[in-house]
Design a protein around this ligand. Structure first.
Ligand SMILES: Nc1ncnc2c1ncn2[C@@H]1O[C@H](COP(=O)(O)OP(=O)(O)OP(=O)(O)O)[C@@H](O)[C@H]1O
Length: 812
């Protein structure tokens, strides 16, 4: 058991704004002090009657310049190492909104170097698995989001999330031993780093898609990414299970300060409530002799029960913003961390016996005991030894006879049949030896036929005999060489077939043949991301336009293109695309190099083979060549092969590193794509809402207000209905094709459209003259085709408002 207090670290987010006065000083024995100075006269908005300086001690403080890599090396790597040894670990980030929790735990979306703790830890764990050949590792991943005290499975494979409520709900169950189980939380196996990263990405995408303007998931929910690792030494009956929770908590600011209302207030209350319960648990744990710890008060504390005062090595990262206006929140985060540092955890090695292996072991023991019992009681087994048993026995006897140790023992168990069999065999051998001492030499197989008696009868010393023996030896050598050649030829043919099938399968990077890969991104001039390789499970099932907006009409696509060009993220996207292209080119070059090295190695091998054949032929003819002597030419060829192999390995290693980077860049691009499209959907809805006549909007908002009261309802289902309806209403504001058609005077309406129109007209007749047609009639010619005209109108409207927006921002 390892007893350890929770380790606390602080990370300060870089700022360009005016910062408060603070200092970071390293202490002699490894800790770091963080001090805030708040002079009385500067304490704007902050009640500071007593103290001027606030000093907090952390294991380490990462100042503004700290890199993601430093954070991983100092914080996450030691925890990952203990997880590899079989201990549970937790790393949680706590701090106010925007202080860098998500950046620290998951990472930034812009650069590969911005990868956070989760992707780096996954990469590290899979590297360690590969290095350690003494154990077999298995990894499973789960990703839980807790929002307003409800759990959601972010990796649920059966649901496509367009809203948080679409995701599988997770509930907590407790067994009689008070162990917590999460019902409906899926746990997905990841065989390698790529699969694990895909799961992280899937979860993050679900989180992003499910978030609405009201629920900015990262801010208002807690997310727990868990890596479950099992390890076992082959043949051993013990298995180690450990888990690593990587937790991104909701923003910790106080309600009073945020000044929010309505749904946001409800959320803020929930967040504050769950963080308040977290604080209560932490206070209770830091008090001596406190027997009741109120874990059950909230879902988050229930899930993290082991991490807080239990079987876990836990680390907290306090994320701080040192901007002047945030100093009070930063001080309160530091205070919280100081309390957390008092909590003692007791981590135990999570080792258990594998029931399957235990059964095999016990069965074997039972058999041995039965044999022993039969021997002791004199009871004999009458059934014959099987072929397999006989062969094993012979092998054991051979090992025994070959062993030069005079004390060597022959262990065949307590089975009398086996003992008898061994005695019989030994008798035969001894008898043969007596009759002809030369007939049993070392290396003679027990099962081989007796030596040819004609050879034994003749004396070895006659010259004819000697010649014959030499000839025989020479033939033996030739045969061995030919058999080896045949085997190699066969292997080469097999390799060629494998290579052929690999290349026809499209050259996967992992096979080191990226050189001729067709996986490059298309030219950036194509449609956004169109040429990029789609990824894993996301490839087929979650193109965002299916998940949010449905198939895009032509007009909408055009509008999307314009929107995309002006989007703030487009520079990052283009940069990443360029970088990705560059990496692909590098990977391609490396792939070529790998291929060349492989060809070279094969050529050298062929040369060795040829050389051997030549030597063997020479030996047979002239007998001047001593085949037992090492051949210097072959030695030289071997040295070349080793060099080529080294270069192959080094290049292949670089290629693998590049592969990870490429995959990550692809993930970043996919994520940017999701964000871009989501932003577009929001903008599109706004534009559509603006398209509606003023009267209807006021009518609609009046009716919305009617069902919005009371603003905060009391039951959970009411709350979620409320949220769903708000979300639905924002989606329904997108103009449908028939809405647009009804505004087009040149279009002859169908009977269904006429009735819809007359319905609308009757609703607005008192206040509007024919639904403000002047605003919507397009000066551009229409085609008469319903769908095309609707698209044209949508496009014109979108472009106009974009131009207006652009004009507006240019005027500013
Ligand atoms: N150390 C850092 N270096 C560079 N940028 C950072 C750093 N920390 C945070 N950021 C940036 O600050 C912004 C807010 O960070 P982030 O989303 O991680 O905050 P958060 O604490 O998770 O907020 P929330 O509670 O809303 O989830 C992001 O744009 C992020 O990229």
């Amino acid at each position: 058991m390892v007893k350890q207090t929770i380790q606390i670290f602080a990370r300060i987010k870089p700022t360009k704004k005016i910062a408060g006065v603070f200092s970071v000083d390293d202490e002699e024995h490894g800790n770091t002090n963080l001090e805030f100075l708040i002079p009385h006269d500067l304490a704007d908005g902050f009640v500071n009657n007593k103290k001027e300086t606030y000093r907090f001690k952390f294991q380490k403080v990462f100042d503004q310049g700290a890199k993601q890599e430093d954070v991983f090396e100092n914080i996450a790597k030691p925890v990952a190492d203990s997880v590899l040894s079989g201990y549970n670990g937790t790393i949680f980030a706590y701090g106010q909104t925007g202080s860098g929790k998500t950046f620290t735990i998951t990472g930034g979306a812009e650069r590969y170097s911005d990868r956070g703790i989760i992707p780096r830890t996954l990469s590290y764990l899979f590297q360690q698995f590969q290095k350690d050949s003494t154990k077999v590792y298995t990894t499973h991943i789960s990703y839980l989001e807790i929002y307003n005290e409800c759990g959601y499975d972010l990796l649920d494979p059966r649901h496509e999330a367009a809203r948080l409520e679409d995701l599988q709900k997770v509930s907590i169950m407790e067994d009689p031993e008070q162990n917590i189980h999460l019902k409906n939380l899926s746990s997905q196996q990841a065989a390698n780093e790529e699969e694990a990263l895909n799961l992280l990405f899937l979860g993050d995408t679900n989180r992003m898609i499910a978030e609405t303007p009201m629920n900015q998931a990262s801010t208002r929910s807690h997310c727990i990414f868990t890596i479950h690792v099992s390890s076992r030494e082959p043949g051993s009956a013990t298995v180690r299970h450990s888990k690593l929770h990587l937790v991104d908590l909701a923003g910790s600011e106080r309600v009073g300060k945020t000044g929010v209302g309505g749904q946001l207030l409800t959320e803020a209350k929930y967040i504050n409530l769950s963080l308040h319960y977290l604080e209560q648990v932490i206070i209770a744990l830091s008090e001596k002799n406190r027997s009741h710890i109120p874990y059950r008060n909230s879902m988050m504390t229930s899930v993290l029960r082991d991490s807080l005062g239990g079987n876990c090595m836990t680390t907290m990262i306090a994320t701080l913003s040192v901007e002047k206006r945030n100093i009070d929140e930063s001080i309160s985060t530091c205070r919280f961390a100081q309390r957390v540092a008092l909590i003692k955890n007791e981590a135990v090695l999570n080792e258990e016996l594998d029931p399957g292996l235990m059964i095999i072991r016990l069965k074997r023991e039972i058999l041995a005991l039965k044999d022993e019992l039969a021997m002791v009681t004199g009871e004999q087994r009458t059934d014959q030894l099987t072929e397999d048993e006989l062969q094993k026995l012979e092998e054991r006897m051979e090992v025994f006879l070959e062993d030069s140790d005079p004390e060597a023992a022959l262990d065949v168990g307590a089975d009398m049949r086996k003992i008898q069999h061994c005695f019989q065999k030994l008798k035969i051998l001894v008898t043969e030896r007596r009759s002809s001492p030369s007939s049993l030499r070392r290396g003679d197989k027990l099962s081989s036929p007796l030596p040819d008696s004609t050879l034994d009868v003749e004396s070895d010393s006659t010259p004819q005999m000697k010649k014959l023996k030499e000839l025989l030896q020479q033939r033996d050598n030739e045969i061995t060489i030919l058999v080896n050649m045949l085997k190699k030829e066969k292997k080469r043919a097999q390799d060629a077939v494998t290579q052929l099938s690999t290349s026809s399968n499209g050259h996967s990077l992992s096979q080191g043949s990226l050189g001729s890969s067709g996986t490059e991104p298309a030219e950036p001039s194509g449609r956004l991301f169109s040429g990029l390789q789609t990824r894993g499970s996301l490839a087929g099932d979650s193109p965002l336009h299916h998940r949010i907006g449905g198939e895009m009409s032509l007009g909408r696509q055009e509008a999307f293109e314009i929107f995309r060009r002006d989007h703030v993220d487009i520079i990052t996207i283009e940069d990443n695309k360029a970088l990705l292209k560059q990496r692909f080119a590098e990977a391609k070059a490396l792939g070529e190099k790998v291929k060349l090295a492989r060809v070279k190695v094969n050529e050298l091998k062929a040369q060795i083979e040829q050389r051997r054949m030549q030597r063997a032929a020479h030996g047979v003819i002239s007998s001047t060549v001593d085949l037992a002597e090492p051949d210097p030419v072959e030695e030289e060829l071997r040295v070349h092969i080793e060099e080529e192999k080294k270069s192959y390995k080094a290049t292949f290693g670089r290629l693998k590193g590049l592969k990870t980077e490429i995959e990550h860049l692809q993930l970043l691009l996919e994520r940017a794509k999701v964000k871009l499209q989501r932003d577009f959907e929001v903008w599109w809805s706004e534009e559509a809402a603006r398209l509606q006549p003023q009267e209807e909007r006021s009518e609609r908002s009046a009716s919305e207000n009617a069902w919005r009261t009371p603003a905060v309802s009391n039951t959970k289902s009411q709350k979620s209905n409320h949220k769903t309806r708000e979300f639905d209403s924002s989606l329904s504001a997108v103009p449908s094709a028939s809405d647009l058609r009804s505004f087009n005077p040149s279009h002859a309406p169908t009977s269904r459209e006429s009735s819809a129109r007359s319905h609308l007209e009757s609703r607005t007749a008192s206040t509007s003259s024919l639904r403000a047609p002047g605003k919507l009639v397009s000066p551009i010619p229409l085609t008469g085709d319903q769908q095309t005209d609707a698209d044209i109108l949508a496009f014109v409207q979108a472009r106009q408002s974009l131009l207006q927006r652009k004009g507006g921002s240019a005027n500013k």
